[in-house]
Design a protein around this ligand. Sequence first.
Ligand code: NAP
Length: 258
Amino acid sequence: MDLSNKVVWVTGASSGIGEALCFELARRGAKLALTARRAVELKSLAQRLGDYKATCLVKPGDVSDLPGMHRIADEIAGELGAIDFAIANAGTHIESFPEKFDSAQYEFLMNTNYGGMLHCFEAALPHMLCRHCGTLVGMASLAGYRGLPRAAAYGASKSAMIHFMESARFHLERQGIRVTIINPGFVKTPLTDKNDFFMPFLISAERAARYICDGLERERDKISFPPIFATLLEIGRMLPACLYNLIVRGVWAKMNYR
Ligand SMILES: NC(=O)c1ccc[n+]([C@@H]2O[C@H](COP(=O)([O-])OP(=O)(O)OC[C@H]3O[C@@H](n4cnc5c(N)ncnc54)[C@H](OP(=O)(O)O)[C@@H]3O)[C@@H](O)[C@H]2O)c1
């Protein structure tokens, strides 16, 4: 799959992985539509993307606003042409400490990460189904594989994304629509800059963007990275619960995490 001249809608484009991804996509010749809440950041990004002569639309919006997402998808299709890739990348993270239970935090993360992805897909899908062509891409996480300390709310939202995409793929592939799940490990962005703990196998957002674009070009169902960390967590996913719990408790105690 050649990404040049493909129409790509990226949510969460105003910073971090989304921003780096836009640069990488522009380098590979894609036509971009940028969405996030901060319009000023999007306009600045669009200007910088001009260096790559990229065709670029700025479409500010909040992924929790379903009618707004429909309007944006319709405008992109009208102004750039049919959407080839809808990349639901917008998301956020809050550490959870279930001993200080606050269900609002869980609902907020579920609505933003999982709900935001659903809204993006619902808005983009009609533009793909009519052509029997297109790819829905969801930015999940290796943290969505299994339970991890401090990640009950975030992990649950990412796990929901993975489960939805694995299930929806069986239906949508019959209509010619691909579903690609992206599972990053730790990537240096404003989101992870807040973390106060050691992040193993931390990579730059630019490197993450290259992994993602390479995977999209190869039409992968799943793009997990960095490879060693992803393989370790894939193995963890297959372990029996008693062994998995033993390892995670041990690592957590050793790292002196709260
Ligand atoms: N960094 C990592 O280590 C890592 C690992 C695995 C998965 N991820 C996932 O990768 C994605 C990007 O994360 P990041 O690390 O690049 O974080 P980031 O730098 O904080 O970027 C998050 C992006 O999402 C946008 N966003 C958040 N809430 C939104 C909303 N309600 N509506 C529209 N846009 C919204 C933000 O833009 P505005 O504030 O302008 O709206 C921003 O552009 C997230 O889904 C995250 O869960 C990150």
